[in-house]
Design a protein around this ligand. Structure first.
Ligand code: NAD
Length: 421
């Protein structure tokens, strides 16, 4: 957003200040702004879990529902020692904007448990997940709040949540969570959805800039679910992927990498820069500053900062990760006129296909992967066009334009519904 935030500012304070800045641009009523500045509902649960050694341990978890004016709320569950109520509040608000910018009939939510999953056995993780699911079952449900995976959680954990909720209801409720294994109501194409959505957005961004994706040089930070899929699909689309990295470091080749070989090497448990191919090593810091046409941060938050933003040489940045650019870094990118597609638009492919999963579960009728991908492309392309035309109309960057599109939709829903009673 336009104003810089102190490094120490909390995530929720940042989210609130982003909201207030866009509300100011729209001349939004002060009361409505306050409604949106606070989550509608926050649940904190402290719950006991029997550990393998017979001891009882108390865990703390959260589920925050930001706004449900546009429909049931949706958002992931994060397992990490760093989870805090403040962070979950911010993530819930960002989910409201992400769902609205791609025009899904959802509001935003987020959940989390303060836990280091690496310190738990499989059975402890299952008992903890099931007890957390039971504790939050008073606020979740297929028509109310539909969780999904996030950092530290996966399809297996979604299966346990779905089963726990279903046992309480007395019948199967696959629509209570998304990101489930396909065998129990997951969607074809969900695993690849965020990376594929990032490809569709990159194609649209290239079209908007009058630039060919074919032959364009691309650097991708992060080679996990999002970055790995995005790199492979970009290469298949004719781009020259010159660098990829993971948390340890990356690899670079000016002629373009053999992405498939690297992906297979990584899937087999290999380390990127210990590959048998003749690519040169590169650090994450160097990758971000490469002279490429397109830079795709797809790893973690806070990678483009006030320190490295002046040195970034990419002409276009597609934010596949959540929050990869700090406010200070973004201000510099804006001054340097670097074209940035913001995270709430660039990585929304995941939530779009989660929505498809939920629709398929409610109808008990499942689609082929080609249909999932085609429908997702339609939604992502339309959202990009709407955000681009808002940017042109108001002479704004895509980040502010995306927030305006999202905020206008949420505000419209609140106005139509009115304030109860
Ligand atoms: P992942 O765990 O599968 O992969 C993360 C990748 O980032 C790994 O390659 C890891 O080695 C790398 N990484 C971790 N720390 C790093 C560091 N300090 N420097 C460089 N690389 C580092 O996670 P993912 O699902 O691919 O998510 C990546 C980003 O995309 C996150 O910001 C996530 O919130 C966001 N996102 C994911 C989805 C989804 O559907 N998976 C949806 C929307 C947004």
């Amino acid at each position: 957003m336009s104003e810089a935030h102190a490094a120490s500012e909390s995530a929720f304070a940042t989210a609130q200040s982003q909201l207030r800045s866009v509300a100011g641009m729209l001349g939004l009523d002060a009361g409505l702004t306050e409604v949106l500045a606070h989550p509608k509902r926050e649940l904190t649960v402290n719950f006991p879990v029997r550990m393998d050694n017979g001891a009882t341990r108390v865990f703390t978890g959260y589920r925050v529902q930001h706004n449900e004016a546009r429909g049931p709320v949706k958002g992931g569950i994060r397992y990490s020692p760093m989870v805090s109520l403040d962070e979950v509040r911010a993530l819930a608000m960002w989910m409201t904007w992400k769902c609205a910018v791609v025009n899904l009939p959802y509001g935003g939510a987020k959940g989390g448990v303060i836990v280091d999953t690496k310190a738990l056995s499989e059975s402890e993780l299952e008992r903890m997940t099931r007890r957390y699911a039971a504790e939050i079952s008073i606020v979740i449900g297929p028509n109310r709040d539909i969780p999904a995976p996030d950092l530290g959680t996966d399809g297996r954990i979604m299966a346990w949540i779905m089963d726990t909720y279903s046992m309480q209801q007395g019948h199967s409720e696959p629509g209570v969570v998304t990101g489930k294994p396909i065998e129990i109501g997951g969607s074809n194409g969900r695993v690849e959805a965020t990376g594929r959505g990032a490809l569709f957005i990159t194609q649209e961004a290239c079209r908007a800039r009058g630039m060919a994706l074919e032959g364009a040089s691309v650097a991708v930070q992060g080679f996990g679910n999002v970055g790995g899929v995005a790199s492979r699909l970009l290469k298949q689309a004719g781009a020259k992927v010159v660098a990829v990295s993971d948390s340890i470091g990356g690899v670079y080749s000016e002629q373009g990498l053999d992405v498939e070989a690297l992906y297979a090497h990584r899937q087999a448990g290999g380390i990127l820069n210990q590959h048998p191919l003749k690519h040169s090593d590169i650090t994450n810091a160097e990758l971000l500053e490469l002279p490429v046409d397109i830079l795709i941060p797809a790893a973690i938050e806070g990678q483009i900062t006030e320190q490295n933003a002046p040195k970034i040489r990419a002409g276009m940045i597609i934010e596949a990760a959540n929050g990869p650019t700090t406010s200070g870094g973004d201000k510099i990118l804006a001054e340097r006129d670097i074209y940035v597609v913001p995270d709430i638009l660039a990585n929304a492919g995941g939530v779009v296909v989660s929505y498809f999963e939920w629709v398929q579960d409610l109808q008990s009728y499942f689609w082929e992967e080609a249909e999932v991908n085609q429908r997702m492309q339609k939604i992502m392309t339309r959202a990009f066009a709407e955000v681009s035309s808002m940017a042109q109309e108001r002479k704004l960057r895509l980040r502010e334009a995306a927030y305006i599109v999202a905020l206008q939709r949420v505000v419209q829903a609140i106005k139509l519904r009115g304030i109860y009673p």
